[in-house]
Design a protein around this ligand. Sequence first.
Ligand SMILES: Cc1cc2nc3c(=O)[nH]c(=O)nc-3n(C[C@H](O)[C@H](O)[C@H](O)COP(=O)(O)OP(=O)(O)OC[C@H]3O[C@@H](n4cnc5c(N)ncnc54)[C@H](O)[C@@H]3O)c2cc1C
Ligand code: FES
Ligand code: FES
Length: 506
Amino acid sequence: MRDTIRFLHGDTLHEIRGIDPTLTILDWLRLTRGQTGTKEGCAEGDCGACTVVVVRYDAADHLHYDAVNACIRFLPTLDGCQLLTVEQLAAPDGTLHPVQQAMVDCHGSQCGFCTPGFVMSLFAFYRHGAAPDSERVIDEALAGNLCRCTGYAPIAAAARRAFALCPPDQDRFAAAAAATTARLVALRDDQTLHVTSAGRSWYAPATLADFAALAEQLPAAVIVAGATDVGLWVTKQQRQLDLLLSVGRVAELHQIVDDGPTLTIGAAATYAAAAPALAAVAPALAAVAPDLGALIRRIGAVQVRNVGTIGGNIANGSPIGDMPPALIAAGATLVLRRGVIQRRLPLEDFFITYGRQDRQPGEFVEAVIVPKFGAGSALRVYKITKRLDQDISALCGAFAVTVANGVVTRIRIAFGGMAATPKRARHTETALIGQPWRESTIRTAIPALAQDYTPLSDWRASAAYRAEVAGNLLLKFFLETSGEAARRGAETRIVPTLAPLAAIHA
Ligand SMILES: Cc1cc2nc3c(=O)[nH]c(=O)nc-3n(C[C@H](O)[C@H](O)[C@H](O)COP(=O)(O)OP(=O)(O)OC[C@H]3O[C@@H](n4cnc5c(N)ncnc54)[C@H](O)[C@@H]3O)c2cc1C
Ligand code: FES
Ligand code: FES
């Protein structure tokens, strides 16, 4: 085992041991290094003031520049990476980086509090290399950053101007790419990282076998993936986490495997890696269902999607997590593992009751297997929120149907936000199976939703609203997938829903 965290901060190699493993990158920067360019606004991943860029080198020989929220990310996750903060962007002679110069030129800053976070988000966007071809692309890149005083138009203008000032393949970071790669490769090893301080331990194995063995030996360990939930336990709930086991370095858990009929998504695959719109590495998800990609684009913002994992979204058991209803409707199978023993179960059976999942001590989520859809089938997901970006679902409805000769042969309906767990609508499904796929059937089946769900009222939505919208979404699903909406020329978007939905499977 190795007890030292090794990473680059800019060009400087840091080798750190004996540090509290739940120290956030933000606190390390500000409190330990005295580098106060990176700001703290919310300490919960919402405002983007703490945005930094983590550079990682992947198996496909790519350097990735990920914008992440330093306020909820723990320092040991930097092992093997390069951290770039606003202090590192300008050249040693003081020449501003194109994204900084563009912010100056476009008057993108007033009080300046949000500015370092915006600059780092712009920098990550710029390093991805493609000049923005629409306002929407810029809005998406900046959706995780809030500004109270400048307003967003000058900052969006800066996003365009940076590319005009200097193409990304000609800035000083592009010139240093080979050297950066060599330094990151030199930091790699297969040893388990074990960081300890004052009785607190962080284990980060590098192989699946080592991870499984440690999970079995340390059943009380908190498994950490992207920490977009776990990070808040520390920063907001002030919880003391003494034993942590990280999935971050386990390459096998990051894999997304397309074997033709199914897609197997490793538990540590991030939203960014899994969503075709965000990463070309996994266009396969689009083949399963375009709506799943569109749904992912509405989870958090870039900073959350760069680190948040699909495995974490399932394992946390939240009744309002977005992926479970979608994956249940898609007919996904969960793969759990304890030591060398694998166990598979339909995803819906994993969620037992609020806060309780079917996971044994020492067991962990290894992957989720998503079947692809054949001819005559369709899957749709509708996320209902008060605003388009960066919002948690009031409810999330997911529907998958197969129709043969005008009759429903298979239907799976699942909702988040309607019960204490993500849950299938089995009564409603029964009311539809074997019935003609037409509006009168749907209207007859909608009352069965009341047998499936007794939703709660909370600040996101009232019980009555949730119940009514659930029925409307089933109707909307029918109208959109049967072609009825197109025939009537009707506007069927009842509530703010997924931004441009691609065509369903024919
Ligand atoms: C600003 C912000 C916006 C968000 N927006 C959304 C949203 O729109 N929709 C949404 O659904 N969620 C949202 N979330 C919640 C969160 O991002 C997701 O639930 C995310 O998928 C959690 O994944 P993670 O990798 O960060 O998990 P972590 O925080 O690392 O872990 C979450 C839980 O899962 C457990 N766990 C993780 N991996 C495994 C594993 N392999 N095996 C067993 N247990 C495991 C952990 O022990 C913990 O209990 C948001 C969070 C933030 C901070
Ligand atoms: S301080 Fe607000 S996202 Fe980190
Ligand atoms: S410039 Fe003041 S908050 Fe953005």
